[in-house]
Design a protein around this ligand. Structure first.
Ligand SMILES: [Zn+2]
Length: 119
């Protein structure tokens, strides 16, 4: 499951950020990735749900996913196209290669910064 490793990488990156900022919790995560770029939203959410059950840092985090339009290029005829369904070249009907825009991108992270009060 390739989504699981993406989620893991994402959470590691956010964890490092949270530690740097001295945050206690992650409140929200906003990511985007390209539609039909090989990432399944359902699988991505599922992997995140599984991970956060074991992580106090992410327990209350709200995951928002934004889908981006990705353009594809046909490796055969070089046609660039934006598919509305499976990324097949409209001319050759063979799978295109995703161009820029399909990658997972962390858009925004909301952190809860605990006040440093004496306990
Ligand atoms: Zn083509």
């Amino acid at each position: 499951m390739h989504e699981a490793s993406l989620v893991l990488a994402m959470c590691e990156e956010i964890e490092a950020l949270a530690r740097k900022e001295g945050a206690q919790k992650v409140l929200a995560i906003e990511v985007s990735f390209g539609e039909y770029a090989g990432i399944e939203e359902e699988a991505f959410r599922f992997a995140f749900e599984a991970l956060r059950r074991h992580s106090p840092l992410f327990k209350e985090a709200d995951l928002r996913i934004e889908k981006k339009q990705v353009s594809f290029r046909c490796p055969f005829c070089g046609e660039t196209f934006t598919p509305e369904g499976p990324p097949l070249c409209p001319r050759c009907q063979i799978p295109g290669l995703p161009e820029a825009g399909g990658e997972l991108e962390i858009k925004r992270v909301e952190l809860l910064l605990e006040e440093k009060e004496d306990v």
